[in-house]
Write a protein that binds this ligand. Structure first.
Ligand code: FES
Length: 350
C-alpha cells in the first residue's frame, strides 16, 4: 500500500531572540496548511528529513494562544544534540521548517474552575511550556494564584528571567516566584530536594491539597523527586502533571495479558482506517507499516502526541509517562505503546 501523503506544514523562522547564552526563542510564521490552533502548554513537532529517514523532535511552545500574535518555540542547547545545535548555532531568520503539527497533554484541565492555586515546579528549559501556561492563567483565569519554583544555575542562565519578574510585578500578587540558583552560597536554598519542596509548599500553599494543581517539567530524576514529595504532602496523583523533554527507549518489563492479533479501527478526521495489530508491533507501528499517517513524536510513551480515545474494547499500554489516571479512565490511550487486548477495538482522534 503506498504511503499516504503526510500532512506536513511549512513554517518560516520570522525572528530569533537570544534568551540566555544557550537558549533562543524562534518566532514562527506558518506558510502552508490550515492555521494552527493550540492550547497553552502544548508542543510543536518538527520533522527533519535525513538520508536514513525522517527524524522528529518536539519543542514546547513558549507563546500563549490568543495573547501572542505568532507561534514561538524556545530551544536550549543540549550536549551533543544535533537538532539543538542547528537551532542555537546555525538557524537564521528566513529558514524554513517542516511541522507535523501541535500536540501534548501538559495543558489546563477542563475543570480548571475546581482549583484555587497552581504550583509550577520547574528546572531549566522546562520553563518553556510553563511560561505559556502562566501567561494564560494570569490573563484568563483570574480566580487562580500561581507559585513558580524555578531552578537554574544562576540568574544569567535563567530563561525568561526578566519577563517573569515583570509578569509577577503586574500580577497583583497572583504570581509568586522563588528562583533557586545552584550557584548560590545559601546551600539550604540552592537545589530543590524533598525537604525544601515540602517547606516551600507549606510556606506558599493557600488551598486544600485537592484544590492545588501542580505542573513539573525538568530532568527525569528531578520530576521523580517532585512527584514523590507532592504525593507525600497529600497532593492527589491526578493533580500532578509532568512533561518530559528527554526521550529514552523504555524497557519492556511485562507482556500484555493477550498477545493474539486483533482488528483496530481508527476514526481519523475524514475517514476510517482498519488493520490488524499483534504484539510486539504497537498500534502506531502497524499503522506506519500500512502507510497510515498517525500523529506521533517520541514513540516511547513520554510525550502524548500519539494519544487517541478508545471508544470500544481495551488497550494495554506497555509504558506510560504522560497520561494521568483520570485521562486513562476517560479512555485515552497511547498508540505508540498500545496493543489491543481481549478483542477488536475502535479508536478515534479528536
Ligand atoms: S509518540 Fe510520544 S507518547 Fe506516543
Amino acid at each position: 500500500m503506498p504511503e499516504q501523503e503526510l500532512p506536513y506544514e511549512q513554517l518560516i523562522i520570522q525572528k530569533i531572540i537570544t534568551e540566555t547564552p544557550d537558549a533562543r526563542t524562534f518566532v514562527l510564521q506558518q506558510v502552508s496548511g490550515i492555521p494552527y490552533t493550540y492550547k497553552a502548554g502544548q508542543f510543536l513537532t518538527l520533522v527533519f528529513p535525513r538520508p536514513t529517514g525522517e527524524q522528529r523532535r518536539s519543542y514546547s511552545l513558549s507563546s500563549a494562544p490568543g495573547l501572542d500574535d505568532a507561534l514561538a518555540i524556545t530551544v536550549k542547547r543540549i550536549e551533543n544534540g544535533e537538532f539543538s545545535r542547528y537551532f542555537i548555532d546555525h538557524a537564521r531568520e528566513g529558514d524554513r521548517l517542516l511541522s507535523a503539527g501541535i500536540g501534548g497533554l501538559f495543558v489546563l484541565p477542563e475543570d480548571i474552575a475546581a482549583y484555587r492555586q497552581l504550583f509550577f515546579i520547574i528546572a531549566g528549559s522546562g520553563i518553556t511550556p510553563a511560561f505559556s501556561l502562566i501567561k494564560t492563567i494570569l490573563h484568563k483565569h483570574v480566580h487562580l494564584s500561581i507559585v513558580l519554583l524555578y531552578s537554574n544555575r544562576s540568574a544569567q542562565d535563567t530563561i525568561f528571567y526578566d519577563a517573569l519578574i515583570e509578569l509577577a510585578q503586574h500580577s497583583q500578587g497572583r504570581l509568586i516566584i522563588d528562583f533557586l540558583f545552584s550557584s548560590s552560597n545559601n546551600i539550604l536554598k540552592s537545589r530543590l530536594n524533598n525537604s525544601l519542596l515540602a517547606a516551600l509548599l507549606s510556606e506558599y500553599g493557600q488551598a486544600r491539597p485537592e484544590e492545588i494543581l501542580c505542573y513539573t517539567c525538568g530532568p527525569v530524576d528531578y520530576m521523580d523527586t517532585v512527584s514523590i514529595t507532592l504525593l507525600t504532602e497529600g497532593i492527589p496523583r491526578s493533580n500532578i502533571k509532568k512533561e518530559s523533554f528527554v526521550s529514552y527507549v523504555p524497557e519492556l518489563t511485562e507482556l500484555p495479558p493477550d498477545t493474539e492479533p486483533h482488528r483496530v479501527s481508527i476514526k481519523l478526521k475524514d475517514h476510517t482506517a482498519a488493520f490488524t495489530v499483534q504484539f510486539p508491533v504497537s498500534i502506531l507501528h502497524q499503522a506506519q507499516k500500512e502507510g497510515i499517517a498517525l500523529p506521533y513524536s517520541c514513540e516511547s510513551g513520554q510525550c502524548g502526541s500519539c494519544a487517541a480515545r478508545c471508544t470500544r474494547g481495551r488497550v494495554w499500554i506497555a509504558y506510560n509517562e504522560v497520561l494521568t489516571d483520570k485521562e486513562l479512565d476517560e479512555g485515552l490511550v497511547l498508540t505508540c505503546q498500545g496493543f489491543p487486548i481481549g478483542g477488536d477495538i475502535e479508536l478515534e482522534y479528536e
